[in-house]
Design a protein around this ligand. Sequence first.
Ligand code: PXP
Length: 241
Amino acid sequence: MNRIRLGVNIDHVATVRNARGEIYPSPLRAALLAQKNGADSVTIHLREDRRHINEYDLNQIKKKLKIPLNLEIAATREMLKIALKSKPPFICIVPEKRKEITTEGGLNLNYNKIFLKNLIVKLKKNKSRVSLFIEPSLRDVFEAKKLNADCVEIHTGKFCNLVNKKKKFKNEFKKIEKVTKLANELGLEVHAGHGFTYDSAKILTKIKNIKEFNIGHFLIGESIFIGMSSAIKSFKKILNS
Ligand code: PXP
């Protein structure tokens, strides 16, 4: 069986730092600790409003990290310029709304299509693997293929919410399963992210061929109680048992 990779999103280490305008806790330290404890990649989202990670973090982490850095960015000229300069091995294009608390849904692949297509061409030429954060929708998988993305990351927020609220999640699970199957058939690598806890991650590992899980908020929260090393190890075990 193929191993499932764990991407650790450390944005919320920066959220805690920024809450007091201090220089700690350090996102770089978190990135290196994630690497030491078996994370397969580290994810950071450089938002337009820099509410958590900033360019200094990006540059420091890019310089020191040996495992792949996965940079999440919105499809804007500013972010394209930063990404081309930084050259992270992995890039995930995400939607961004100024007032949202977190990334609320997948990309609208029909908005600004020409810009998105050119952005993907430029990032791929620059040797970054490009993933598109999408809703679990078959139409979006076809669109992602047409746009020549390398991967799709399925937004699992709705599924995870249903699990958290102990509601029926079977339909959402099946939707994700179908989308994964189609994406694989079209040659797109499939990732999953948003809202994972131990329980929801464990259930979703039952879907074959999701190659990477990107997990942040719950993992960083859990680190308060059991430490980041233990939280990462727990997720690693769940993903591959
Ligand atoms: N994947 C993507 C593309 C994201 O934008 C995020 C953060 O919203 C995550 C994964 C991680 O989600 P969470 O912090 O809820 O685990």
